[in-house]
Design a protein around this ligand. Structure first.
Ligand code: AGP
Length: 608
């Protein structure tokens, strides 16, 4: 997510803003900028890349004198990382400037309206619309201007706004994107998150949705978007600075697990319109979608596991044959790609070398490639023919959780879109499935709140040597990801098996007390998986079952059961993976492992 810092007071603003932005670097970004009022005009400096570049450009802020300003680190959404797309954005004469975190969903319409009125745009961003809209409404009253703009825009925003005509105040506003303000004896501050200003004050005000803050050097006032003044209570922060970057969570991984309801919502909702699925990024007509005869999904690691789920869901809902490949295999096995094939590459980072190579291999053979990617402007995003972004925001922990969940949702949407245009899903069923999708964020939250039960269970397996995950169909795909989560952060050996495959060898490894996690979320396969559980129990295994609330039968075969809420079986992975993520996390924590930075691993494998 983007980072915002603003200051108005008696001290030089630029160094404070740079310091604040440096404490927001954990949020991930690709460019940065500042706007400082120097007593006569607003000066703006922006740069692509690390914050250090902006610091060097401004000699630590010294070249940007002034006691009032706003700054920003940008996590690209609309428009690739570039100087011109970096924030702050400004109006034509540079007298109004704005920084923004969020997405202006109606920016295309607003951009068209402003262009028709003669406004000229420099960037590809949605945010620049705000700068010109503020200009459009500005008649000398900044508060009135801000409220008019906020009534026009749709979407999410955290804003910092500076008017050259009124340099004794800065404005902040919030809808859905987080924003805090604070004050000390030297001035007032705005920030996207607490860590940015914790050094200056522990007395924080959390700005709520549709609230505006007017900050002056020695006081701040809160208003509704209808200009009614309101009173707010402050909160005293007792976190240490390091903990604050993780918003109070012990690890980024746990924080990101808890962000999954939001990332599922952010990936889902913009693509559900009037009870239909709209995936504009596909750039394919319904006829072209109907013309697809086979889908090749190519990825690595957890993205590959998401792809495995995609296979079952797309084949189940759209009846299109799907082949899933590890990218490192695909690129060297001289794959057979036939006419009518669609290649889908999945990557959180968008920089995984093998996946990028697979994309290039497919394109070299003349095939269109769809990228399901989290990082805007990444290599895979730039080279894919079409990109379906997973709006998970920057993922810091090496072990992916929220990006994986967002990938699943992107694949559900793709499968349902394909199924609908190909007449495979009846309208009533389609609408019911949309309802199930909309319930996922709350259901994920419910499972996350179960964490203490899972933590207690996990403590039993801190000393485990081998853990097996088994499942059939989609449950096998879930098992693959559950096993990887445990392995990569706790360093405990684990394997995932198609449950029906156990008796073909692996069952010889089961000993007294070996933990076998059986995933059983597919009603048609409940009985089959139970029989596999009985097989391993007979050889001494301790069986953990992850299953749907309706499947009480499983209690006869399981030693410990974690239930997940009811959902469409095609979407069960999104729920069943939550307790498995928590299991891996708490075992690793119990072992004292470096959860966010596991040994030997990198967040993005940019080499073969
Ligand atoms: C997952 O927890 C791992 N960090 C790893 O398997 C990862 O999924 C894989 O390297 C692919 O990365 P990508 O999604 O960025 O391409």
């Amino acid at each position: 997510m983007c980072g915002i810092v603003g200051y108005i007071g008696t001290k030089q603003a630029a160094p404070i803003i740079l310091d604040g932005l440096s404490r927001l670097e954990y949020r991930g970004y690709d460019s940065a900028g500042m706007a400082i009022y120097d007593g006569e005009k607003i000066n703006i400096t922006k740069s692509v890349g690390r914050l250090k570049i902006l610091e060097n450009l401004t000699h630590g802020g010294e070249t940007m004198a002034g006691i009032c300003g706003i700054g920003h680190t940008r996590w690209a959404t609309h428009g690739v990382p570039s100087n011109v797309n970096a924030h702050p954005h400004f109006n034509a004469d540079g007298t109004i400037t704005v920084v923004h975190n969020g997405i202006i969903e109606n920016y295309i319409q607003l951009r068209r309206m402003l262009t028709d009125k003669g406004y000229q745009f420099l960037s590809e961003t949605d945010t620049e619309v705000l700068a010109h809209l503020l200009d459009y409404y500005y008649k000398g009253n900044p508060m009135e201007t801000v409220t008019k703009v906020l009534h026009r825009v749709e979407g999410s925003y955290a804003l910092g706004i500076l008017f050259a005509d009124c340099p004794d105040q800065i404005f902040a506003a919030r809808k859905d994107s987080p924003l805090v303000v604070g004050q000390n004896q030297d001035g007032c501050f705005i920030a996207s998150d607490v860590p940015a200003i914790l050094k200056y004050t522990r007395k924080i005000y959390y700005v709520d949705n549709q609230e505006i803050v007017r900050l002056r050097a020695d006081h701040m006032h809160f208003y509704t978007v209808d200009e009614e003044e309101i009173q707010k209570e402050s909160v005293t922060i007792d976190w240490d600075a390091n903990a604050a970057e993780k918003a109070g969570y012990e690890h980024f991984m746990l924080k990101e697990m808890y962000e999954q309801p939001k990332t599922v919502t952010d990936t889902l909702l913009p693509r559900i319109k009037d009870n239909d699925i709209v995936i504009e990024e596909l750039n394919m007509t319904d006829d072209e979608l109907r013309g697809i005869r086979k889908i090749h999904i190519v990825a690595c690691g957890s993205a590959y596991h998401a792809g495995m789920t995609g296979k079952y869901v797309i084949e189940g809902l759209a009846r299109i044959p799907v082949e899933v490949d590890l990218a490192s295999e695909f690129r060297y096995r001289n794959p057979i790609l036939e006419e009518g094939a669609m290649v889908v590459v999945i990557s959180q980072s968008g920089e995984t070398a093998d996946t990028l190579a697979a994309l290039r291999e497919a394109k070299a053979r003349g095939f269109q490639v769809l990228g399901i990617v989290n990082v805007v402007g990444s290599s895979i995003a730039r080279e894919a023919d079409n990109v379906m972004y997973t709006w998970a925001g920057p993922e810091i922990a090496v072990a992916t959780t929220k990006a994986y969940s967002a990938q699943l949702v992107a694949l559900y949407l793709l499968a349902m879109k394909l199924g609908r245009v190909r007449g495979q899903i009846k309208n009533k069923e389609f609408v019911a499935m949309l309802g199930d999708l909309r319930c996922l964020p709350d259901q994920i939250e419910l499972l996350l709140n179960n964490k203490f039960k899972i933590q207690k269970f996990s403590n039993r397996y801190i000393g485990a040597k081998d853990v097996f995950f088994i499942g059939r169909g989609i449950d096998y795909a879930i098992s693959l990801e559950g096993s990887l989560k445990l392995k990569e952060i706790s360093y405990i050996h684990s394997e995932a098996y198609a449950a029906g495959e156990l008796k073909h060898g692996t069952i010889s490894l089961i000993e007294e007390g070996t933990l076998v996690a059986a995933v059983s979320t597919q009603p048609d396969l409940y009985a089959k998986t139970i029989s596999n559980m009985v097989e391993v129990k007979a050889r001494g295994a301790f069986v953990l079952a992850v299953t749907c609330e309706e499947n009480k039968e499983i209690e006869k075969a399981a030693d410990y059961v974690i239930y997940i809420p009811e959902t469409n079986p095609f979407f069960a992975n999104s729920l069943a993976i939550i307790p498995l993520q928590l299991f891996g996390y708490y075992v690793a924590v119990g072992k004292g492992c470096d959860v966010d930075k596991p040994r030997n691993l990198a967040k993005s494998v940019t080499v073969e």
